[in-house]
Design a protein around this ligand. Structure first.
Ligand code: ATP
Ligand code: MG
Length: 219
């Protein structure tokens, strides 16, 4: 599902690489916590896995595709199978909560009737049924985060990358989110969650990928 070998990322102008020769793998259907102090490179690693950046060195095989030889088309197809919960949400400001969540289904060409039913059910699940028409600017931080989560999972991605997905949620909402991720994982999605909130680990034990100043180890 994910196989990284000697994965290295150096930002332009930086003297040290942010990720320095990471080797790890995550099996299909696996669940991993990605831990590490602020600045350790969690978001940077997720960007590589989301195909939003290319490694400076090393090899990455995602969903059976070696990214090195992958064409643009293959990369685009891969991206559609990956759900992302961004640390900073990245909702589209001119779209309502409903339309933000509907976006992946519309890109996948699902029929509008099914989209309406699925999006309503998902918004209901994350407790935002009454906020469906609101644009992101009129939602609280936690509400925006829940829209971002709903958008990431609605199309049942093969791989879900969640970056600090409970950063703006209260305890009850965080618990509900964990149920959602566990259910998605049970249905076959491989899940990788970056977090500082180690309390979450008690709710959902799983293997840990730990970044320490760019070095990853499995614990
Ligand atoms: N686009 C960029 N250009 C240059 N340096 C960057 C860029 N993005 C991140 N960095 C640097 O890379 C390092 C790792 O950042 P990253 O955002 O991956 O950390 P993180 O583990 O996600 O931190 P946090 O827990 O605070 O979200 C930091 O030192 C950061 O300043
Ligand atoms: Mg981060």
């Amino acid at each position: 599902m994910i196989a990284a070998e000697n994965l290295t990322l150096r930002y332009p102008g930086a003297s040290d690489p942010v990720l320095d020769g990471l080797t790890f793998s995550v099996e299909a259907g696996g669940f991993r916590w990605l831990l590490g102090p602020s600045g350790a490179g969690k978001t940077s690693l997720l960007r590589l896995l989301a195909l939003a950046a290319r490694p400076t060195e090393g090899r990455l095989v995602l969903l059976g595709t070696d990214l090195e030889g992958a064409t643009r088309r293959e990369r685009t197809r891969l991206r559609r199978r990956i759900g992302n919960v961004f640390q900073d949400f990245r909702l589209l400001p001119h779209l309502s909560a409903f339309d933000n969540v509907a976006l992946p289904l519309r890109l996948a060409g699902r029929p509008e009737g099914q989209i309406r039913a699925d999006v309503r059910e998902m918004l209901d699940w994350v407790g935002l049924a009454s906020r469906a028409d609101a644009p992101p600017a009129r939602l609280s931080g936690g509400e925006q985060q829940r829209v971002a989560i709903a958008r990431a999972v609605i199309a049942r991605p093969a791989l879900l990358l969640a970056d600090e997905p409970t950063g703006n949620l209260d305890e009850a909402q965080a618990e509900r989110l964990m149920q959602l991720l566990a259910e998605l994982n049970r249905l076959g999605t491989t899940v990788l969650v970056a977090t500082h909130n180690t309390g979450l680990l008690k709710q959902r034990p799983g293997d840990v990928l730990r970044l320490e100043a760019g070095r990853a180890g499995l614990f």
